[in-house]
Design a protein around this ligand. Sequence first.
Ligand code: ZN
Length: 805
Amino acid sequence: MRITDNILIVSVVGTILFSGCVRKPQSAREYPIRPVPFTSVKLTDNFWAPRIKKNADVTIPIAFHYCETTGRIKNFEIAGGLDTGKFQTIYPFDDSDVFKIIEGASYSLQTFPDPKLDAYLDALIYKIGLAQEADGYLYTNRTIAEKHGGEGLHEWANKKRWLNDSISSHELYNLGHLYEAAAAHYQATGKKSLLDIAIKSADLVNRDFGWDRTKVYPGHQVIEMGLVKLYRVTGDRKYLDLARFFLDVRGPHGQQYNQADLKPVDQKKAEGHAVRATYMYSGMADIAAIEEDTAYLKAITRIWEDIVGDKLYLTGGIGATGGNEGFAEPFELPNMTAYCETCASIGDIFFNHRLFLLSGQSKYIDVLEKTLYNSMLSGVSLSADRFFYPNPLESNGQHQRSAWFGCACCPSNIVRFVPAIPGYIYAVTDDALVVNLYISNDASITLGENRIAVTQKADFTRDGKVELTINPEKSRKFGLKLRIPGWARNEAIPGGLYKFEDNNDESVKLMMNGKPVQISVQDGYAVIRRKWKTGDKILLEFPMPVRKVIADQRISAARDKIAVQRGPVIYCAEWPDNNSGNVLNLMLKKDADFKAEYIPSLLQGTEVIKTSGHQTRRTLDGKVDTLADEPVTLIPYALWNNRGPGQMEVWLPTSTRSTHPLPATTIAFRSNVRASKMTKSLSAVNDQIEPADSTDKSSPFYDWWPSKDTWEWVEYDFEKPLNISRTKVYWFDDGPGGGCRIPDEWEILYLNGNIWEPVTTRSRYKVTKNDWNTLSFKPVVTKSVKIKVKLKKDFSAGIYEWIIE
Ligand SMILES: [Zn+2]
């Protein structure tokens, strides 16, 4: 990889400002392609601009509100001696949320100047400064505990500073976010208040860590990226060296969970916790660019191939399992239990953007765009005050966005990511302007000695027409590279894990000052190289038909199903738009037409897709009936769950094999169901969806988590007395990782008059995994039957299905 010498120092998606004692590095190297900072790009579109405004008006204020009410800010006040008391919050990494929100607020201030917010940040930074110990150490949990003779030190932290960081203390994790916030705040305001705190902290870290000093690697990566930003802002090389140290000191012989089982340069597969992983890969990309390190470049390129080859969701989400909040086995991509953490989507956008800046290849932007419009965007509600932590691709109504979380990484990541989105639209090389995303904006771009005003008019995601006006200050020759997205070239997503069912013959149209131009695509870009003059106009037209997507056969969760994509947007069926709220039993018609239609009154105005399908229903003899044709409406996946919880699915069945039919009118189905813990997922117990085994996370289940060591129950009440004599139950058990196991014992009771009495058994009560546990009993006539379940001492329990005959 050749990296040019003529490099500007720019923060990745940030602005440049050098002043005072902050030095500019001499002949420093950087990414060969430089992003045009978001501060140079003013959005004028109807899709992202309103969302960025809402982030400023709604998300940032409520995020600070929760930092106040949960005690996150009080932790700084107590550590700084402004208040007294114990550590106020749950986790030692809670400091990091405050830093991330400061970072987001700093970005936001550059688009929406706000003296009140500016002053609020000043007051907050003052408190952070007081909480910093004299030698630069900043970790409110320890500082507060030391005021109480060590009492209250979090169990994840060691009595000695730093020693537990590889495992759990998150001391360096907090600091990584501090450094990112400090760079952002300095660039936004020119004030050095937070930067000075960050420098004092980083200087301590630099004194304490090194090959001849503490050789502890960060348990949760992010300080690598943070130190690179500090290096860029200060020009001080030691921060870059420290970032590299934290990568080189990592592994082998550590845990796979936090990517420490191998040296980062030797890693070939994406593994472990997905947020930690993408933050580390992004840090490695920074080192690969700045130090021209081909070993790091090779490793992250290989890892990217692994992600797109077998670990990426169609929505751009990553991380399949909740146990490790991370990557699972290849092709293990369940829908209902998909993790797809919002933070992991943001981390993957950081990673893909950096790979683009290193290589100039548009496939990385294809993944970035897919994640941006789907898995990332799903993380925040239209009202901008509700957040998803996991972003599943299927729901039975058990998922709902929350106002805040005990572990609040996702909302604070939304806060800092959204204002910076305009920074992903353009980039420059030494002699070319690159257009990566099609979003209406007015931009002022520096290309060498030239300033270029660019006006872009687009109406993504409604249609594929784009108009670009190029106004260079001086008429000069340079290249204009227009990204031709994969979806406009018959590629659903890079890597081949998902494909369009058939090819679309319509081609992309390109006009230059009213004349058609032949497109030749290089690295995913149409390149126009000419002497540009003021008023030059480009018209681009991407065909945006509705496309059917099919998955690699090795993804069992998507077998015999299709998904629907239009442009970069993935669609889903959601309960309010389809037959009385039932979605999971839908089956699409194979030959159905798909029509896109804009509905201004729906979800603040959105394109929906109309098609047709059938409901399916199980019959009493266990077969599946296909009911009459009916219309099916699909909405953009990112917009689901803005009208309350309910059924949703992205992968739509095309065969009775892959659908979840409506239950047959069995006794259980006709019953009124009650339980010791009433939750939405209770409907699982009589939905007649049989799991593959006791750990099958793709089948709905009901559980009593987090109860342990208690007696729990489920009850069926019949309309009229029935004669019953047999029952069977299928237990949920997510061991060894999860919290549920098969119970210690269970018992069937029936209502005899007003008294619950045990049935007289004719077989043994079995408690086994991976099969039905059947019990015969002496027939009784009753109006109600109850299953009582004794949970294990240290575990909860759950039921997939409970049948009465
Ligand atoms: Zn998160």
